[in-house]
Each structure stands twice: as structure tokens, then as C-alpha cells.
Design a protein around this ligand. Structure first.
Ligand SMILES: [Zn+2]
Length: 272
């Protein structure tokens, strides 16, 4: 969570909190400081059955930038539901901008001798297809980014597309929005991990991010009975609805501030 930059009083109990010790909670423009004792916490784990009690796969990419249609995958972390991992670098065929290298630490030199994009993307697509064929849920934090990029990359390199319609996506970013409705403020992977007590030792490493996102998904299922109970197909439908609501929120703001509106039907991936 974001912490306080000045000494301040807890919004709930009034205790004075030193710089860095309070959590700033709330939507952008209306963040309130909470002391460690008063900061919001998720409900306790409960015993209900649900999708969170079955093994899930998880996927994450590091990339050349923020545009899923134009940017490229430079590394993938694929965690199998049976414990196996597929990890690799891809030579994206274009230079990696310094801005992206600064985030994930992957440079042109590191991918110079890596597999060509067509080969790497084919490996990822085959792996996704195997997840689909076994009916296993796939965790992707902010799926419209990674999956739109995978679809665009497959098209770019002439790799066949997986059966997207049968893919069961669990997107902790969208589920978090469904639960909290933006009330808790910034909710990147590190923020949500912090909230659910999930360790993330090396943020912006594809494998570490994929593992943390999956752990967060399990915590969400265990701690929110109304989220965990039910099928993955039912959860997918709810995620589509939450995403559409979140985009409607964003688009209202985007129209007022001259920003690009998003597609409310763009979950779990957008058109290429
Ligand atoms: Zn307090």
C-alpha cells in the first residue's frame, strides 16, 4: 500500500503515526491515513469448498511496453497446475525500450541469443492449450493485458490461436475490483499481495509475479465465500460483469479528462 509522506493522525483512531508507518487508503484524490492497527484487512480464511481448493495454472509475461497490441513478450513464466514450470526468454525482434528494461531488468543483451519470438510464442500457446484441454483455471493478473498481447503475438508470428472460448481465466485484479470497487485505492499486484499477506520476493520477474498472483487468487477464494463458492465458468461471467463496470467507471473519467476510453467487453482479452 502507499504510505504516508508526512507525520499524520490515523483516520480511524486518531493516533499519531510517523512518516512511512501509515497506509494511505482510498480512491485517488481521497486517500486517508490508517495506522497499522486500523488498516483494512481481508476477512479470515473459511472452510467452504470452491474452485480455490483445486489446482490452478498461472501465466505472466515481461514485455517491451504497455501496449498489448504493439508491444512484445520478452519473458514468460508459466506455472503448471501440477507443479511444473516453463520459464523462458524471447528475442522480441525489436529493441527493448530503456523504460521497460528499468522495470523488469531484461536488456537487449540478455535476449540476444534467446529463442526467436515465433518459437517462444508457440511454446506459450501450446501450454495454454494444454491448460484449456484439461479444464484447469488459468490465473492471469490483469488478463486483458497479457492475453491480448498473446493473441496479437500469435497472429504476428503465424502461430495458431488456442481455443480462447474454452479458457477459464481467474483474474485477481478484476476480482479485487469486484470485491472492493476501487475503495482501497491503488491495487497493483504488489498492493494486493500486501493486503492478502502474500509474499512477492522479486516483483517484475514473470515467474515470481505468476506465483504471487496465483497465491492471491487462492486467498481471495478462501477469504470470500461468495467468490470462492461456485464454478470457474460462473466466476468468469462475474469477472466479465465486474470488468464492464470498472471500464464504465474509467470511461466516465476518460471522457472528462481527454483519455482513451476502454472496451467494456475487453475481458479476458481485447480484439487484436
Ligand atoms: Zn488507528
Amino acid at each position: 500500500m502507499i504510505s504516508n509522506e508526512v507525520r499524520t493522525q490515523c483516520a480511524k483512531c486518531g493516533t499519531w503515526v510517523e512518516i512511512g508507518d501509515a497506509s494511505m487508503v482510498g480512491p485517488h484524490g481521497d486517500r486517508q491515513p490508517y495506522c497499522p492497527d486500523c488498516r483494512p484487512t481481508p476477512p479470515d480464511r473459511a472452510e467452504h469448498d470452491g474452485w480455490h481448493r483445486r489446482p490452478l495454472a498461472s501465466l505472466d509475461f515481461e514485455t517491451t511496453g504497455v501496449d498489448p497490441r504493439e508491444d512484445r513478450v520478452v519473458s514468460y513464466g508459466l506455472l503448471g497446475d501440477q507443479g511444473g514450470e516453463l520459464v523462458g526468454f524471447i528475442n522480441p525482434g525489436i529493441p527493448i525500450p530503456a523504460l521497460a528494461s528499468d522495470v523488469h531488468g531484461i536488456s537487449d543483451a540478455m535476449v540476444h541469443d534467446a529463442q526467436p519470438a515465433a518459437d517462444g510464442i508457440a511454446i506459450v500457446v501450446d501450454w495454454v492449450q494444454s491448460v484449456i484441454d484439461r479444464g484447469v483455471g488459468l490465473v492471469v493478473f490483469n488478463a486483458p493485458y497479457d492475453l491480448t498481447m498473446l493473441r496479437a503475438e500469435a497472429e504476428r508470428w503465424g502461430v495458431h490461436q488456442p481455443d480462447w472460448d474454452r479458457l477459464l481465466v481467474v483474474d485477481p485484479f478484476v476480482i479485487d475490483w469486484g470485491i472492493e470497487r476501487g475503495r482501497l485505492g491503488q491495487r497493483k499486484l504488489t498492493n494486493v499481495c500486501d493486503y492478502y499477506g502474500v509474499a512477492i520476493d522479486n516483483a517484475h520477474d514473470a515467474t515470481c509475479d505468476a506465483r504471487a498472483a496465483r497465491d492471491v487468487a487462492y486467498e481471495m477464494g478462501m477469504r470470500h465465500a461468495d467468490i470462492g463458492t461456485g464454478t470457474l465458468a460462473g466466476l468468469a461471467q462475474r469477472q466479465r460483469e465486474w470488468y464492464a463496470l470498472r471500464v464504465a467507471d474509467w470511461n466516465a473519467y476518460a471522457t472528462d479528462s481527454d483519455r482513451q476510453p476502454e472496451d467494456p467487453h475487453g475481458w479476458p482479452m481485447g480484439r487484436v
